[in-house]
Design a binder for this molecule. Structure first.
Ligand code: HQG
Length: 185
């Protein structure tokens, strides 16, 4: 029996980045049919049934996935590299947001700001602690960027909030960033 965590990892791969590994295509809003997903999992020898999908949606630590109303479709709430519109709400951000990264990215971020890289948005955290956790996913000294999101909003930059509360934007230019940890001038 797979753990909720390993099912979540596999769903992140399929529902955000590589639906083709399970023989699937995301619809324009990122949904896939639950039946087709379960079929695809079976074909890959993954022991995932509807009960396990339900547990993964409910118990997932970051609420990464959502069912539609009658649970015939499922999608990831954010984090995609596949071009879909999961309809995050445009919202006024708090005065500051945070982004956890590695110190080795400092000079590039100072030059170019925060870029989306492979994903559809730059992902920002509500607090420093969450940003630390994001940074800690990778090996190396961490760097926390403090974003003057209030100033960005006043300057016309748009912010979105995903269904699971992650703040998203398209680009953070260097002038809105201060560096809280690991910053070496
Ligand atoms: C970095 C996880 C050099 C950026 C997390 C990051 C998050 C630059 C990496 C979510 C740069 C991209 C997203 C620049 C950005 N020069 N490096 N100019 N601009 N970068 O994984 O924010 O568990 O696409 O700092 O918790 O790390 O998957 O983004 O290090 O919420 O749900 O380029 O993924 O959530 O990496 O993570 P990623 P991220 P889940």
């Amino acid at each position: 029996m797979m753990s909720v965590k390993s099912v979540s990892k596999f769903l992140s791969l399929v529902l955000r980045h590589k639906p083709e590994v399970a023989g699937l295509k995301l619809d324009p809003h990122g949904w896939v049919d639950v039946d087709k997903l379960l079929d695809g999992c079976q074909k890959l020898g993954k022991d995932i049934d509807m009960a396990m999908l339900e547990r993964t949606v409910v118990e997932n630590d970051k609420m990464r996935f959502t069912f539609n109303g009658d649970k015939t479709k499922i999608r990831a709430n954010q984090g995609h590299s596949v071009l879909v519109d999961v309809e995050p709400e445009e919202e006024m951000p708090p005065l500051y947001l945070y982004h956890g990264t590695l110190e080795r990215n400092l000079s590039s971020i100072k030059e170019r700001g925060l870029l989306k890289m492979n994903r559809l948005h730059v992902h920002l955290s509500l607090d420093e602690e969450t940003a630390e956790k994001v940074a800690a996913r990778r090996v190396g000294a961490s760097l926390i960027c403090k974003i003057d999101s209030g100033a960005m909003a006043r300057d016309g930059y748009k912010f979105y909030r995903s269904k699971n509360g992650v703040w998203l934007t398209d680009h953070v230019p260097p002038k809105y960033i201060t560096y809280l940890k690991g910053a070496i001038e």
